[in-house]
Design a protein around this ligand. Structure first.
Ligand code: MG
Length: 157
């Protein structure tokens, strides 16, 4: 299922390296030797987790179905398709990922969702003509979860 998740991300314009960049953005100020750490491996370990894979596949497939106009309800099709400000279910799904990695993941998710660095900003601009309502939050949550894992790995023994 890991390969399927990576393919799904790539199909929608996101690489693991894009997520690594977000993790570096979140943690570079706290981790002195960040360039010596294999962050790619940490991001990969997050995406290998079953609950993360379920959230990722659910969220990205909702975006894809919206692109196809497949939702029976015109109302929900429009709400998700326009990423309406008061629709927060994309964030709620992303919390499901953060909750697995503790409070540092949750606070980093809130921060990255506000600042929108790198790929998250690109996804949020909706320039590719595709629905990115769920994927931006999924990517932000994976980056925040990896940042939390990295922070905990640095803890004083
Ligand atoms: Mg969103």
């Amino acid at each position: 299922m890991y390969e399927e998740c990576i393919a799904l991300l790539e199909e929608r314009g996101v690489t693991v390296d894009d997520i690594v960049d977000c993790v570096v953005f979140l943690q570079k100020q706290y981790v002195k030797n960040i360039e010596e750490i294999n962050i790619h491996e940490i991001v990969e370990s997050v995406i290998r987790k079953r609950e993360v894979q379920h959230a990722l596949m659910t969220g990205i497939n909702i975006d894809i179905q919206v692109d196809k106009g497949a939702f029976g309800s015109e109302t929900i099709q429009q709400i998700i398709g326009t990423d309406e400000g008061l629709y927060g279910i994309d964030e709620v799904l992303a919390y499901g990922i953060c909750n697995l990695y503790g409070s540092i993941a949750l606070t980093n998710y809130g921060y990255i969702d506000k600042v929108k660095p790198g790929i998250i900003g690109t996804l949020n601009d909706h320039d590719a003509g595709q629905c990115n309502t769920f994927i931006d939050d999924i990517v932000g949550a994976i980056a925040a979860a990896a940042a939390s894992k990295l922070a905990h790995s640095q803890a004083v023994k």
